[in-house]
Write a protein that binds this ligand. Structure first.
Ligand code: ADP
Length: 218
């Protein structure tokens, strides 16, 4: 997973093809990372966002980056945490997938994400980090030519959580690899067992024959 990096920083400074905005469904700007992105990109970003007619939670829409170093902004409204029983985890995964789908559609090769939903929307950080890293790893596995995914954490707490999730993901992948290897070996062994010629049945005379032989040898 060398193509996935986790850093502490400010997403508006990222020079990736696109940066992701943890937006709200109106797409008309807000606080947190959304506010920072709009301030850095300039008023033209809001003007373009106004033409988009909002965006559903878990979906994503793309705009230009204007004064940002990134060429595009991909806006995705994350789910508001309401206890975890309202599909929050699936919606958060869907945010990442929708952003990646747009990145592919626009032939981008690098993208930077903030920690979607873990600010004002109060999604528990540890779980959010695990979902994010799992989706990033899956995307990179399926798209070997995509160059870079950067997870941009704004503070040490987020950095620690995403690094821990990364380590856990690596551990799981290693375990899956080992399991796959073990299954493949088992299958190979079963195959060779099946293709081995059946043991020749000894003729009922065998006993006498070998006896005869040994008596001849005496
Ligand atoms: P949400 O409404 O999806 O929870 P927030 O903007 O409130 O979005 O917070 C999402 C995350 O973005 C939080 O972890 C917050 O610390 C972080 N954040 C805020 N500003 C920036 C920034 N400039 N760059 C990167 N991350 C930021």
């Amino acid at each position: 997973m060398e193509r996935l990096t986790i850093i502490k920083g400010d997403i508006v400074k990222m020079k990736t093809d696109a940066i992701v905005n943890a937006a709200n469904t109106s797409l008309l700007g807000g606080g947190g990372v959304d506010g920072a992105i709009h301030r850095a990109a300039g008023e033209e970003l809001l003007a373009e966002c106004e033409t988009l007619g909002g965006c559903a939670t878990g979906q994503a829409k793309i705009t230009n980056g204007y004064r940002l170093p990134a060429k595009y902004v991909i806006h995705t409204p994350g789910p508001i945490w309401r206890g975890g029983e309202r599909g929050e985890a699936e919606l958060l995964a869907s945010c990442y997938r929708s952003c990646f789908a747009l990145a592919l559609e626009h032939h981008l090769s690098s993208i930077a994400f903030p920690s979607i939903s873990t600010g004002v929307y109060r999604f528990p950080l540890e779980e959010a980090a695990q979902i994010a890293i799992r989706e990033m790893a899956a995307f990179l596995r399926q798209n070997p030519s995509f160059q870079k995914v950067v997870m941009v954490c704004y503070d040490d707490t987020a950095l620690k959580a995403y690094k821990a999730a990364y380590k856990k993901q690596l551990g799981q992948e290693e375990q899956e690899k080992q399991e796959e290897k073990a299954t493949a070996e088992k299958e190979k062994m079963e195959k060779t067992e099946k293709t081995k010629p059946a043991k020749q049945k000894k003729s009922p005379l065998h006993f006498f024959r070998s006896k005869k032989k040994s008596s001849a040898e005496e």
